[in-house]
Design a protein around this ligand. Structure first.
Ligand code: HEM
Length: 505
């Protein structure tokens, strides 16, 4: 008899645990049930449909907001800029965290990778460093290097158009590394590039859904540290990365002491740290803060430059209009410079349209909410993952009539000109936006001034899915100088760039 009571008690307890732990499905706004398959889509770059295409399908079916569970995790997708503004921006105090990635962020990254850090004191200190290195004002210091590298980029593309992916990737990596450390990357074999690529790959492996038990069972972190078998290899990798990042910082310090450093995020923040400016920041935090731009800035810049080439080939009349503006304002005897930017309104609109037409981070980086929030009479619970579906927002025909077309003219509308949606939302919005737009300006201006881009029309909808970032599917083109003088001007500038860039070696 006592055994029977024990069985009944166990069943009752199991029932209570089930009810308590069961996700509260009915409270979520526009709830569409479990969508377990979405975790596979988010975790794999090999799936036929990319995550943003799946989310676009959900938006078409369910409207500007919908929610579901993946396992026990509530997920909310916001597909209108209005709702994203109302929640991710206006309620930024509670919508600015990130979903927890125990293995990737907390263990492998030692909690120091700001992009995936929760909203809190560490992230605020980290974000201050990003601002110091990449604010609109700070970014002006990088124009010289961007100009020199843009010249080398054009020379390399002219010589080896089939190798465009690596060439553009090298350019983007060099810009980002010079922003972090004031030195360039003359090849993809550069040690800083290789170390960063290896670190990103390890990070992505660690972040893959379902890969590590500890992500599903955080209780494992309560085990004594030496019994946490899953963390030993990751701890060793983190220690190695810390040493490497500190070494890079120290190299900058040495160049500063010798008076030969180029202005960069490391030099700015080291100086400010020495002056006691960053309360609570230590050298390790600084080393990781300064290293952050690589992971977020290389594929994004490279993807946008590739999409610029696609747009130029698919929309020749637009390219002609940019060239006409360049010729009228600059003439045909010198390449464009940053000083010309304010008097090139059509080119500015071309760039605005470029980041709208093909946003390279189509679902931003997922946010997480830190408090229950009532939305449309339903509840988004604390801890829910919230996606800003930039992809669908950029195709909203009310905001962008005829959205699939590449139409820089739509940005003649002054109200649209300050649109920053492709760079994300609220307190988490992209701190590298100024850097990215500067790179795009100088590359597109000089490319269109110097060359015609010739080749079969690429498919503007075909893409490569890199996880969070997308780039166009491979395409073919060659560059043809618009006139002999353009080529001569480029050659002169390349000779100057080759000499001058030695200062960044
Ligand atoms: C066209 C190029 C780029 C686009 C479209 C882009 C877009 C984005 C987006 C959508 C986010 C997520 C915002 C959110 O969570 O709401 C983001 C975050 C971020 N971006 Fe960019 N980005 C670009 C280039 C860059 C560059 C060049 C850098 C650095 C040099 C950079 C650094 C970062 C960082 C550090 C974050 C994380 C911010 C945080 O979590 O607080 N990005 N970017």
């Amino acid at each position: 008899m006592p055994d029977l009571w024990l069985v009944v008690l166990c069943i009752l307890l199991a029932g209570v645990v089930f009810v308590l732990l069961r996700p509260k499905r009915h409270h979520l706004p526009v709830y569409i049930g479990d969508q377990e398959h979405i975790s596979k889509i988010m975790g794999s770059i090999e799936m036929k449909r990319a995550p943003w295409e799946v989310f676009d399908g959900l938006a078409k079916k369910y409207g500007p907001i919908c929610s579901f569970h993946v396992g026990r995790q509530p997920v909310v997708v916001l597909s209108s800029s209005q709702l994203a503004g109302d929640l991710l921006e206006k309620r930024g105090d509670i919508y600015s965290s990130r979903p927890r990635l125990i293995m990737a962020n907390d263990i492998l990254g030692g909690g120091l990778r700001g992009v995936t850090s929760p909203y809190g004191d560490y992230w605020r200190r980290w974000r201050k460093l990003q601002h110091a290195g990449m604010s609109a004002r700070a970014t002006l210091a990088y124009r010289e290097h961007q100009t020199l590298e843009s010249t080398v980029l054009l020379r390399d593309l002219l010589r080896h158009p089939n190798g465009y992916r690596d060439i553009i990737q090298r350019f983007s990596a060099s810009i980002v590394i010079s922003i972090s450390y004031g030195r360039r990357a003359s090849s993809l074999e550069d040690t800083v590039v290789k170390a960063n690529v290896a670190s990103i790959e390890a990070y992505l492996r660690a972040a893959a859904p379902g890969k590590f038990l500890v992500d599903a069972w955080p209780i494992l972190l309560k085990l004594p540290r030496r019994l946490q078998w899953f963390r030993h290899a990751a701890d060793r990798k983190h220690a190695k990365e810390t040493k490497y990042n500190l070494q890079l910082l120290q190299d900058v310090q040495k160049r500063m002491d010798a008076g030969i450093n180029k202005e960069c995020m490391a030099s700015r923040t080291l100086e400010a740290l020495a002056e006691g400016e960053y309360e609570g920041v230590n050298k390790v935090e600084l080393a990781f803060g300064v290293a952050a731009p690589f992971a977020a800035g290389v594929d994004t810049t490279a993807g946008s430059i590739e999409y610029a080439l696609v747009a130029i080939m698919c929309y020749p009349s637009v390219a002609r209009k940019v060239r006409a503006e360049l010729d009228e304002v600059i003439g045909r005897s010198r390449l464009p410079t940053f000083e010309d930017e304010p008097v090139l309104p059509y080119l500015q609109n071309f760039l605005r349209e470029l980041v709208r037409w093909r946003p390279v981070v189509p679902l931003a980086v997922p946010h997480s909410v830190t408090q229950d929030d009532i939305v449309l009479g339903a509840c988004i619970p604390k801890g829910a993952t919230v996606y800003g579906n930039i992809y669908t927002m950029m195709q909203d025909p009310n905001m962008f009539p005829n959205p699939s077309q590449f139409l820089p003219e739509r940005f003649d509308d002054k109200a649209l000109q300050n649109m920053v949606l492709p760079f994300g939302f609220g307190r988490r919005s992209c701190p590298g936006a100024h850097v990215a737009l500067q790179s795009l300006f100088i590359v597109v201006a000089r490319l269109l001034w110097t060359f015609d881009v010739v080749g079969p029309n690429p498919d503007p909808n075909a893409h490569v899915n890199h996880g969070l970032v997308r780039t166009p599917a491979p395409f073919k083109f060659t560059l043809r100088a618009r006139d002999d003088n353009a080529l001569k001007c480029l050659e002169t500038e390349v000779a100057h760039a080759d000499r001058k860039l030695l200062e960044w070696e």
